[in-house]
Design a protein around this ligand. Structure first.
Ligand code: LLP
Length: 426
C-alpha cells in the first residue's frame, strides 16, 4: 500500500488500514449514506481547539465569541453555545441564528462596518452584549436608536491599530487603508464623544487585524497599540472593563506551523500583566481556528480527462461549494478516502461549473480513478457559509460526527429549493 497522505493538524482525521476516518467513522460510509458533495464536521476537533483557547486564558477572566461567519449551521452554533461560547455577529440574520441556537444575547458582540438602523434596533431589543462600533456615524446612530427605544447600548470602539497581519490582502483588516475600525489617532476623541452621548455605556475596546494569521507577532503588536489607548483613556477618565482582541488565528492548510491558541493567549495574558493591564477581562472572536480543520468536504471523482497540457480531474464539488480557491487562490489538502495502490499522476482538480476559475486544487499528485472518493480538507470554515447555488447546483448536505455517532445537521437541497422564492410571470 502507498504511504498515507499528510492530514492537517487538529483535524481528527486518520487512516486506518488505508481507509480515511473522521473520528470513528469511515468517510466512504458517509458518502454512501448521504451522497456527495458532503460536508462533515468533527465535534472532537472543534471542542479540542476550544479547550486550547481555554487553557491559554489559564483562569484569567475571558469570553470566547465564536465568529459564526466561519460556519453558521445551527448545530455548530449550538455546540459552541453549549460549550460556553458567546458569538461574534455581523448582521441581524447572524444574531437571529445565534438566538435560535440557544445563545445568550448578552454574550453576543455585534461587529461590522455597515450596521443598519433596523439591525441596531433588533440587537437593542434583544439585549445584545456589545456593539463593536466601527465609525463615528455608527456611534451617533446607535445613540439615536437607543434613545428612541429607551435602551442603553453597551459599546466598544473597534480601533484600527495599523499593524500588518501578514496575510492575504482580502482578509487583512487592521491596516490604515482598510475599511475597518476607527483610526488609532482618532479613537480618543470618539471615546470622549461617546461618553457625552445619551443612550450609550462604554464597556470596552476592540480590534481585529485579519484572518489566517500564522504568527504571534502581529497579535502582540496590536495588543501594544490597544494597551497604549487603554492607558490614554484611563488618563482622561474613561475606564473600560474588557479588551477584545478579535479573531484571526490561522490553521494548518498546507503544513503551516501555526501557534496553538494556548500559546497565543498565554503570551497575550502574560504581556497584559507585565503592562499592568491584568485587571481587564479579555474577549476574543475566533472563527476559522475553531472550526476550519474540524471539517472536510467529501467529493466524488466524475471524470479523468487527459489533455496534451494537463490532466483534469473533474469532481462533483465545485466553486459554489468551495469558493476559497477561486476567491483567494487558497490551498486545501485533497486526500483519497481509500489510499490507492496505483501510480500517482499530477492532476488539476476542478469542479463541473462553467468557468476556468472553478478549481479546487492545482498540480496535485493523486492515484485516482473515476468514481473514487476524495476529501477536501480544512473546509469547516468559510466554505459552506460562503457557498452558493451558482449553476443551479443545490447546496450540499452537512453532517456532524461525534465519536461513532452521525448527526445530519443540514439536508441536501433539492432542485425545488433552487426556485423556492421565485415567481413565474402571470
Ligand atoms: N471578528 C471580526 C470582526 C472579523 O471580521 C472576523 C473575520 C473574525 C472575527 C473571525 O476571524 P477568523 O478567526 O475566522 O480569522 N472568507 C475569508 C475569511 C474572512 C474573515 C473575515 N473576518 C477566508 O475564507 O479566508
Amino acid at each position: 500500500m502507498a504511504p498515507s497522505p499528510r492530514l492537517p493538524a487538529g483535524s481528527c482525521l486518520q487512516y486506518v488500514g488505508g481507509e480515511l476516518y473522521l473520528e470513528g467513522v469511515p468517510v466512504h460510509t458517509l458518502a454512501k449514506e448521504f451522497g456527495t458533495p458532503l460536508f462533515v464536521y468533527s465535534k472532537a476537533s472543534a471542542i479540542g481547539t476550544l479547550t486550547s483557547y481555554t487553557r491559554g486564558f489559564n483562569g484569567h477572566p475571558h469570553r470566547i465569541h465564536y465568529a459564526m461567519k466561519a460556519n453558521s449551521n445551527l448545530a455548530i452554533l449550538q455546540l459552541f453555545a453549549r460549550a460556553g461560547c458567546g458569538f461574534d455577529i455581523v448582521s441581524a440574520g447572524e444574531f437571529a441564528r445565534a438566538l435560535k441556537a440557544g445563545a445568550k444575547p448578552e454574550h453576543c458582540v455585534f461587529s461590522g462596518v455597515g450596521k443598519t438602523a433596523s439591525e441596531i434596533d433588533y440587537a437593542l431589543s434583544h439585549g445584545v452584549g456589545c456593539f463593536n462600533v466601527e465609525s463615528r456615524s455608527e456611534l451617533l446612530l446607535i445613540s439615536q436608536r437607543a434613545l428612541a427605544l429607551d435602551k442603553t447600548a453597551p459599546i466598544s470602539l473597534r480601533v484600527n491599530p495599523d499593524v500588518d497581519a501578514k496575510t492575504h490582502p482580502y482578509i487583512s483588516t487592521g491596516l490604515r487603508d482598510n475599511k475597518f475600525g476607527i483610526a488609532h489617532d482618532e479613537a480618543i476623541n470618539v471615546y470622549r464623544e461617546a461618553k457625552e452621548l445619551p443612550g450609550l455605556q462604554i464597556v470596552g475596546i476592540d480590534c481585529h487585524i485579519g484572518s489566517q494569521i500564522t504568527q504571534i507577532t502581529p497579535f502582540m503588536d496590536a495588543l501594544e497599540r490597544v494597551l497604549d489607548l487603554v492607558d490614554e483613556l484611563s488618563r482622561v477618565g474613561i475606564e473600560l472593563s474588557h479588551i477584545d482582541l478579535g479573531g484571526g488565528l490561522g490553521i494548518d492548510y498546507s503544513g503551516e506551523d501555526v501557534p496553538s491558541p494556548e500559546t497565543l493567549w498565554r503570551a497575550v495574558i502574560s504581556r497584559m500583566k507585565a503592562r499592568g493591564a491584568g485587571n481587564y477581562e479579555v474577549w476574543c472572536e475566533p472563527g476559522r481556528s475553531l472550526i476550519g480543520n474540524a471539517g472536510i468536504c467529501i467529493t466524488k471523482a466524475l471524470v479523468c480527462k487527459n489533455t496534451p497540457e494537463k490532466n483534469f480531474l473533474v469532481v462533483d464539488a465545485a466553486m459554489n461549494d468551495l469558493p476559497r480557491p477561486a476567491m483567494y487562490g487558497a490551498f486545501h489538502e485533497i486526500v483519497p478516502a481509500t489510499v490507492g495502490a496505483g501510480e500517482a499522476s499530477t492532476w488539476e482538480v476542478v469542479g463541473p461549473v462553467c468557468e476556468s476559475g472553478d478549481w479546487i486544487g492545482k498540480e496535485r499528485s493523486l492515484s485516482v480513478s473515476e468514481g473514487d472518493l476524495l476529501a477536501v480538507c480544512s473546509t469547516g470554515a468559510y466554505s459552506m457559509s460562503m457557498s452558493s447555488q451558482y449553476n443551479s447546483r443545490p447546496r450540499a448536505a452537512e453532517v456532524l460526527i461525534d465519536g461513532e455517532s452521525v448527526h445530519v445537521i443540514r439536508d441536501r437541497e433539492s432542485v425545488e429549493d433552487l426556485w423556492q422564492r421565485e415567481h413565474l410571470l402571470p
